[in-house]
Design a binder for this molecule. Structure first.
Ligand code: 13P
Length: 252
C-alpha cells in the first residue's frame, strides 16, 4: 500500500515561517512523490498554503490537511471550523481525536466519532488518532484502550470505515523523544488491522500510520513493519530537512 507521511504542525506557524518552510520543502520534494504526503496546518493558514502552492509547483503533489474539525455541520458554534469550510480550501485530510485534544479539550470517543463523520460527509479523510497513556500501557491496557477508541469511530461510520486513516500515537511517545519500538508499534497496528478487518470487507485499504517522536533516524525501521503504513510527524515536520528525509524513507 502507498505510504502516507502526514505532518502535524500543531500550534506552530507564522506567515513568514510557513513561507520559509514550504519553500524549503518545495526545493527538496519530488513533484510527484512516490508516496502520499500531507501537511496538517493550523486553520488560519489554509489560504496562505493554497496561494503559496500555486507559486511552488513542486508542492502540487502535497495534500492539505487540518488538525481538527467540528462535530457539527454549521451554525451557532463559536470558534469551530466545519468540514465544509475545510473543503472550501481543498483540505483532503483532517486529524480527529489527537491525544492533545482528548487531553486538553476533553474530547470523548463519541465526539471524535462525530468529527470523523462530519469529515467523511464532505469527502475529507479523517486521520483518526488512537493511543494509550503511559499509565494505561503500564497497566497492560493498551489493546483495550485503542480498540475502544477505534470502535466508537467504526460504530458511527459503518461502511465508510474503509475511507479513514488510523494513526496510532502512544501518548507517552508524543513530543518526548521516546518512540515505541518497531515491534511494539507493529503489535498494536496488527490489533487495529484485525479490528478494521472484522468491521469491513474493504478495510484492507485503510492506512494505519504511526506517530510519536518519528524522526529521520527511526522512520525507516518503523516503516519497515508490515502494518505500519506511514507516519504522523509532529516536531520533525517543522524542519524541512528532517521531514524530507522521513518522506524519502517512506517513498523508497
Ligand atoms: P511528535 O512527532 O512531536 O512526537 O508528535 C507526534 C504527534 O503528536 C503527531 O500528531
Amino acid at each position: 500500500m502507498t505510504a502516507l507521511i502526514a505532518a502535524n504542525w500543531k500550534m506552530n506557524a507564522s506567515l513568514a515561517g510557513n513561507e520559509a518552510l514550504l519553500s524549503a520543502l518545495a526545493a527538496g520534494i519530488a513533484s510527484k512523490p512516490a508516496c502520499d504526503v500531507a501537511l496538517c496546518i493550523p486553520a488560519p493558514y489554509l489560504a496562505q498554503f493554497v496561494a503559496l502552492v500555486s507559486q511552488l509547483p513542486a508542492l502540487a503533489g502535497v495534500a492539505l490537511g487540518a488538525q481538527d474539525v467540528s462535530s457539527q455541520p454549521s451554525g451557532a458554534f463559536t470558534g469551530e471550523v466545519s468540514a465544509a469550510m475545510l473543503k472550501d480550501f481543498g483540505c483532503r485530510y483532517a486529524i480527529v481525536g489527537h491525544s492533545e485534544r482528548r487531553q486538553y479539550h476533553g474530547e470523548t470517543d463519541a465526539l471524535v466519532a462525530a468529527k470523523a463523520q462530519q469529515a467523511l460527509a464532505q469527502g475529507i479523510t479523517p486521520i483518526v488518532c488512537v493511543g494509550e497513556t503511559l499509565a494505561e500501557r503500564d497497566a497492560g491496557r493498551t489493546t483495550e484502550v485503542v480498540k475502544r477508541q477505534l470502535a466508537a469511530v467504526i460504530q458511527a461510520n459503518g461502511h465508510c470505515i474503509s475511507e479513514i486513516v488510523v494513526a496510532y500515537e502512544p501518548v507517552w511517545a508524543i513530543g518526548t523523544g521516546k518512540t515505541a519500538s518497531p515491534q511494539d508499534a507493529q503489535a498494536v497496528h496488527a490489533v487495529l488491522r484485525a479490528q478494521l478487518a472484522a468491521a469491513s470487507a474493504n478495510a484492507s485499504r485503510v492506512k494505519i500510520i504511526y506517530g510519536g517522536s518519528m524522526n529521520a533516524a527511526n522512520a525507516a525501521m518503523l516503516l519497515a513493519q508490515p502494518d505500519i503504513d506511514g507516519g504522523l510527524v509532529g516536531g520533525a515536520s517543522l524542519k524541512a530537512i528532517d521531514f524530507l528525509s522521513i518522506v524519502s524513507a517512506a517513498c523508497a
